[in-house]
Write a protein that binds this ligand. Sequence first.
Ligand SMILES: *Cc1c(COP(=O)(O)O)cnc(C)c1O
Length: 338
Amino acid sequence: MPKLIDYRSDTLTLPSDAMKQAMIEASIGDDVYGEDPTIIELQERLAKQFGKEAGLFFPSGTQSNLVAMLSHCQRGEEVITAQEYHVFTYEARGASVLGGVALHPLPSSAYGTISPADVKAAIKVDDPHYAVSKLLSMENTVSGCVQPDQVIQEATQIAHDAGLKTHLDGARVFNASIASNTSPAELCKHFDTVSICLSKGLGTPAGSVLVGDKKTIHYALRQRKMLGGGMRQSGMLAAAGLYALDNNVERLAVDHNNAKTLAEALAKIPQLNVDLQRVHSNMVFIHPDAAEQKELAAHMKSHGIIIGQERLVLHLDIDESRVSKTIEAFQSFYADRN
Ligand SMILES: *Cc1c(COP(=O)(O)O)cnc(C)c1O
């Protein structure tokens, strides 16, 4: 494990020796020629696991989401999503910049949930004044929160009834699956396409896979090429992905338990304002006083712990003993401040 205990993100994990070994031993070929057997295996495996026809490997989740939006929408068409979702706020508005695709952001609750009534109201009638609504893009988990089945079902039904397609930004969809004890295929059955990250809780160095029907994925291949996402012997990355699917999915439950332990201990420190209802998977949010934030971060750092401003993310490189150490460090900071 790395020396520092780093809570900023689950992307900060380093590949284990066993994962690196799997990468070294991978059978590889030129994937732009469609000849990398390990890439093909990973794409097919995830497509099957998510109940879709085909899959396509990407260097990042941002590119996978972007290609999904470009594959479902032409210029002048729009994606209905939420203000706080990654595709709207953290992807540099790529769909608009590169594809001429408009994004219509909806509000979402403290738990990342949109309202089906808002989706309905956002879908535009055929009128030359308006953009053409083409895609509903949801997210799961949202800041660690598992989205309610009922909302997913209602929102996607409204979209489909109006002729829209549906996409799920499932960067942490395996966290949602493990936390809700629901298979990926069941969880994603209402979505036409799903983007899955391998580099978050699953611990690979890079890679995302977009799954969907054959026609969409075939078109997505052209978009990926155009964006420069076609890679050559990328089977080494796919081997890390396959290793992660075999070894790092079930264990997400450990991260979720650790998040719960951490959250319950930190909830006893009133200055941190922890909302336990918000802890569904691997994230804990703290809200320390702004004036104390810097001092808190420095105190934690002196204990070998790096914290985000408000977000603490549990992952592969933080085990139970590290969580205990973290709780003690928080407690010692607040001990003489009551
Ligand atoms: C990280 C993330 C992405 C994008 O993944 P990158 O590989 O960092 O481009 C997309 N959506 C969500 C919700 C994410 O957390």
